[in-house]
Design a protein around this ligand. Structure first.
Ligand code: FMN
Length: 193
């Protein structure tokens, strides 16, 4: 069986994003574990704020369809999600909302989400590492999008000290936990395919 393909992205397009750093670390660890990661930025999939009138008038924007196509090419996904007011970023919500409107003939509804495994992580400056936001993201993905989300979530606090000079997680225990979660993501993606 070919190594599973895993798409990796952050719910932030901010210059210097700490969640983008996590996404980069995840892509490197997935490659080290023998998977085939694709690290993308939502910056390359610009979407207007969701507006049903806009959709009725112009249809679904091409970047939303491209994201669905991208997901089709992968068996799993890792989302590095910034915490905004104990929830997740509007950028992420908007992208997923548009993607949820894409129907593909011959596939069940929400095809980008229902046919693959997801793992979630967050980095924040606070002590809780964005964990509260991840619980909100999990709820939306599971209940709203029908996604299979691994129970283990990687929440990395104290962002200023979180990354080593090699870009990986500096704390040995946190790095080990991340590898455990990614190993489970790879195995689950293999099972689903
Ligand atoms: C609107 C807003 C709300 C925020 N709320 C939280 C929060 O609830 N908890 C937290 O730890 N950090 C919070 N932050 C700080 C962000 O986690 C921090 O800006 C982080 O760097 C954002 O992720 P990024 O670097 O990947 O863009 C908030 C930031 C913004 C802009």
């Amino acid at each position: 069986m070919a190594a599973p393909r895993i798409v990796v992205f952050a719910g932030s397009i901010r210059t210097g994003s700490i969640n983008e750093k996590l996404a980069a670390a995840v892509a490197a660890r997935l490659a080290a574990a023998g998977a085939r990661p694709t690290h993308v930025s939502l910056k390359d999939y610009p979407l207007p704020l969701f507006d049903a009138d806009l959709m009725a008038r112009d249809g679904i924007p091409a970047p939303a369809r491209s994201l669905v196509e991208l997901f089709f090419e992968h068996q799993g996904a890792f989302v590095a999600s910034p915490e905004y007011n104990a929830s997740f970023s509007p950028l992420l919500k908007n992208a997923f909302d548009w993607m949820s409107r894409v129907n593909v003939e011959g596939r069940p509804p929400l095809p980008a989400f229902k046919e693959r495994a997801f793992a979630l992580g967050a980095v924040s400056n606070g002590a809780m590492g964005g964990y509260r936001g991840l619980t909100q993201l999990r709820t939306m993905m599971e209940l709203g999008l029908g996604a299979l989300v691994l129970p283990e979530m990687v929440a990395v606090g104290n962002a200023a000290e979180a990354f080593g000079s090699d870009g990986g997680l500096a704390n040995e225990r946190a790095a080990g936990f991340l590898d455990d979660v990614l190993g489970k993501l790879i195995r689950t993606a293999e099972l689903l395919w």
